[in-house]
Design a protein around this ligand. Structure first.
Ligand SMILES: C[S@@+](CC[C@H](N)C(=O)[O-])C[C@H]1O[C@@H](n2cnc3c(N)ncnc32)[C@H](O)[C@@H]1O
Length: 195
């Protein structure tokens, strides 16, 4: 019989105790507390959303007047009436538009992306994959955000990072990189906050 999963770091243990599906929730919480991202009534697109801890947190922050749509290659289990979910590849524009139309979301107030490529364990390869995926996230946000909307996305730091940040700043001149406490000690991940 496979052994049950036992969280082995303080963030995972806390997430399990507090009923969240992943330790990543504390990353969004920290970003939200620092940058005041989420508000009651907002329309939120969460991309790369499985297993759904960001959606659990977002659901509470936007309340019943808000709407969140979580998109992922993997299925996301149900969360709350103000959270809708769809299995889709965010690079497939037709699938994304269909998912948004199905829930009546024309534009989002904020795009959240915790999306991560399949990792190989080779640092440079993984970083390159992350940047390529993040370029898709930027295109996604430009298509689906309302004017003045916000984007928060995870990227892996590495040799192409500065160039990528410059690209992002062409559309969001104030884009800021921020490393959250809950990122593992030696993690390459950083969040770019675009307001
Ligand atoms: C770190 S997890 C997200 C965790 C999530 N924020 C949470 O709190 O539960 C990254 C997700 O990105 C998804 N992903 C990777 N490439 C994708 C793509 N092209 N389209 C949609 N989702 C993708 C993966 O399936 C994975 O579930």
């Amino acid at each position: 019989m496979p052994k049950p999963y036992v969280p082995n770091d303080k963030w995972s243990q806390r997430a399990a105790e507090e009923g969240y599906r992943a330790r990543s929730v504390y990353k969004l919480q920290e970003l939200d507390e620092k940058y005041h991202l989420l508000r009651f009534g907002m329309k939120v697109l969460d991309i790369g959303a499985a297993p759904g801890s960001w959606l659990q947190y977002t659901s509470k922050r936007i309340g019943p007047a808000g709407l969140a749509l979580g998109l992922d290659l993997k299925e996301i289990k149900g969360i709350a009436p103000n959270v809708k979910r769809a299995v889709c590849d965010i690079t497939d524009e037709t699938a994304v538009e269909k998912a948004m139309a199905a829930v009546g979301m024309a534009e989002a107030d904020i795009v959240l992306s915790d999306i991560a490529p399949n990792t190989s364990g080779i640092r440079d390869v993984d970083q390159w994959r992350s940047i390529e995926l993040s370029r898709k996230v930027v295109l996604f946000a430009k298509r689906h955000l309302r004017p003045g909307g916000k984007l928060v996305m995870k990227v892996f730091r590495g040799k192409n990072f500065d160039e990528f940040l410059k690209e992002v700043r062409q559309d969001w001149p104030n884009a800021k990189p921020y490393t959250v406490a809950a990122s593992r000690d030696r993690s390459m991940e950083v969040y770019i906050v675009c307001k």
